[in-house]
Design a protein around this ligand. Structure first.
Ligand code: NAP
Ligand code: G4F
Length: 343
């Protein structure tokens, strides 16, 4: 029988990559989109299907994970074989500005989907988009599936709730429910306000005289960055495993934000020199123009200083490993951005 996936958060970075991956695998993909006053399906342009077409393998439904009725109605109507919950207010810094909404969407949203599964069909498999932000102020290095959580933001705390409620419904109702604990993953489709996209886009525009300066926050936090295209494969593999389980997905390598900037600048042949310390640290180009400055607004009330994962379990059980390294990721992001500028 043809498999049917339902993706909450289909319009996001991962939603777009996962949809394309599942369509290639022969799935019919249903996605949940929010009503918006401006177009929010740009990442889905190449797979979007005319709603009046007779046979469609990609179908969109209006809904919201903060709205129980829409969640239940869509699951009842679609009757999917697999549900991927990627829906979230996913920006860590913004979660300090809208903590209540973040908790509603990122914590209770998961509960709403799990409850609907219990009501509609307990055989529906469920993937929960957990995050390395749950490790927060890390208690060991590197982090694996057994590392205790210590979240540092309303976003991280909400994701910890989702992790435990997913595990609880697995144990209580015997659901096939899995937590992916994914470390940062990026791509040309990454949201514009996350640091990798901001840096790549900013430096590409500076190189092409479209922008003079880029403002950033903490340059010294360390992240384990992978490519979103690799990570959606891991989500799918978790739901094809014999038993439901939880998996860390990462590259095992970490870099500072500053190192990431230096790598991007090198690729773009911008020779940068750093001067100053702390908030006064600045980057200058070969003509001594200041092209990067730090600004207080991009620092967070509490920071996650270091993240580095260990994907041994996923490698052993799911036969998953990342295919693309940081250089591949940067090349991919830069070529996308340069194409955008030349359009
Ligand atoms: P993203 O680009 O920000 O996408 C988030 C998606 O969730 C968008 O489709 C968004 O819709 C949707 N959404 C937000 N609030 C919603 C609501 N109330 N109801 C329904 N949909 C809602 O995030 P991403 O990078 O693809 O990440 C996907 C998931 O993985 C998220 O849950 C994120 O927290 C988690 N995660 C991401 C990473 C990473 O590094 N990317 C790492 C670990 C975990 P709109 O387009 O309408 O805003
Ligand atoms: O790119 P970021 O905003 O990603 P962050 O906070 O690590 O969260 C992302 O990854 C998580 C997985 O660990 C996901 F769960 C989450 O949904 C999201 O996708 O920031 C990365 C680092 C931080 O330390 C931040 O303080 O970059 C630092 N940074 C420095 N300047 C900045 C900036 N971050 C942003 N967004 N903007 C800046 O100007």
């Amino acid at each position: 029988m043809k498999k049917k996936a339902l993706i909450f958060g289909v319009t996001g970075q991962d939603g777009a990559y996962l949809s394309k991956f599942l369509l290639k695998k022969g799935y019919t993909v249903h996605g949940v989109i929010r009503r918006s006053s401006s177009i929010n399906t740009l990442r889905l342009n190449d797979i979007y299907k005319d709603p009046f077409a007779k046979k469609r393998n990609f179908v969109l439904h209006y809904g919201d994970v903060t709205d129980s009725l829409s969640v239940l109605n869509i699951i009842e109507k679609v009757r999917p074989t697999e549900i991927y919950n990627l829906a979230a207010q996913s920006h860590v810094a913004v979660s300090f500005d809208i903590p209540e909404y973040t908790t509603n969407a990122d914590a209770l949203g998961t509960l709403r989907i799990l409850e609907a599964i219990v009501k509609v069909d307990k055989k529906i498999k469920f993937y929960q988009a957990g995050s390395s932000e749950m490790f927060g102020k890390v208690v060991e290095k590197p982090q694996n599936e057994k590392t205790p959580f210590y979240p540092r933001s309303p976003y991280g705390v909400a994701k910890v709730y989702s992790y435990w409620i997913t595990l609880n419904y697995r144990e209580s109702y015997k659901l096939f429910a899995c937590n992916g604990i994914l470390f940062n993953h990026e791509s040309p489709l990454r949201g514009e306000t996350f640091v990798t996209k901001k840096v790549v886009k900013g430096l590409c525009r500076i190189k092409n005289n479209k922008q003079k300066k880029l403002y950033l926050g903490n340059l010294y936090s360390k992240r384990d960055w992978g490519h979103a295209e690799d990570y959606v494969v891991a989500m799918w593999k978790m739901l094809q495993n014999k038993v439901p389980d939880d998996f860390v997905i990462c590259t095992g390598k970490q870099y500072t934000i500053k190192k990431f900037i230096n790598l991007v600048a090198k690729k773009l042949k911008i020779k940068i020199k750093w001067r100053g310390r702390g908030i006064n640290e600045k980057a200058y180009d070969q003509n001594n123009n200041c092209i990067i400055e730090c600004h207080q607004r991009y620092f967070r009330p509490a920071e996650v200083d270091t993240l580095q994962g260990d994907y041994s379990k996923a490698k052993k059980v799911l036969k998953w490993k990342p295919k693309k390294n940081l250089e591949d990721l940067i090349n991919d992001m830069i070529s996308f951005e340069l194409k955008q500028i030349s359009k």
